[in-house]
Design a protein around this ligand. Sequence first.
Ligand SMILES: Cc1cc2nc3c(=O)[nH]c(=O)nc-3n(C[C@H](O)[C@H](O)[C@H](O)COP(=O)(O)O)c2cc1C
Length: 322
Amino acid sequence: MLRNSLTRVLQIRYPIIQGGLAYVANGRLAAAVSSAGGLGQVGAAGRTPEAFREQIHVAKSLTDKPFGVNIPVSRHTDNSPYIQVALEEAANIVSVSLSAGDPRPFVPGLKAAGLKVLLVVATVRQARRAQEAGADILICEGFEAGGHDSPLENTVFTLVPQVAEIAEVPVVAAGGVASGRQIAAAFMLGAQGVQMGTRFVATVECEAHERYKDLLVQAGDDGTVVLERTLGVSTRVLKNDYVAAALDVERADPSGLKLRPLMTGERNRLAAIEGRTDEGYLYAGQSVGLISSVVPAGQAIEQIVEETRAALGHSSEYGAWL
Ligand SMILES: Cc1cc2nc3c(=O)[nH]c(=O)nc-3n(C[C@H](O)[C@H](O)[C@H](O)COP(=O)(O)O)c2cc1C
């Protein structure tokens, strides 16, 4: 156990959070992460509210440990049914992590229900606003991360220490992390823990298709690429032929209009869930180069915790491992 402000707020053993993972953050994965001492999260993205609730029930049936949910707030969709599910299921859920759009309207209701609110930020300005809105934890997501990143492209190495300067609540580093020495580094940067996404996709419990997991294992440090900048976001995905063609379209049409139909959620689902990996895109972070096998989530956490202990040594003030 490592006691610090993050583990205390979330009532977890290790300062490791499994990020929301569109389509593939299933209840079994969340339960496995939480049972191993981290914070698992059931993802709303890619699910109907009913399917979201079902996966929360799966997680509840598999662990008595706290877990969270992730709801990427978007101004293009009605987020309230997902918020409602989180509120109705609140008893066993410790956190609600809101990402993407403006989460502020939802924060007071969630906090009033006793939930901890984790807000994903990519700039110091967003961090200030998130704090003002009542965030219990700031997830600092860098450009290294898999999925949708901020167009400003701040990296964890620069973002975390700047947010740590102004933070009055625990800070979490997200993006590119898949090893213990990076957790140790995150502590040095001023974070109290990490959030990992890609590492947890390549686990036995994750419902991602086996082909997706294999591609993550095979990919090296040059395995990802960013697209959708023309649409005002940075989306980090695995390189494949589908993505190469989409990038050609994006280069030829800087308005982004021709790219948009190629980047639908359905194209992600086909590749990630059905394993038709040449017919869509697969989110992955730069951490992919550090992932060499598909293992149970608990094993991944144990290994990373051991690596963190080794990196920190036993005398460090961060090394109060019990
Ligand atoms: C497959 C995948 C799907 C993701 N979907 C979401 C999502 O629905 N909501 C969200 O807040 N973040 C999402 N993210 C970002 C992760 O929660 C996390 O912050 C990120 O993966 C950290 O970087 P890493 O992949 O290098 O570990 C996704 C990331 C991946 C890899």
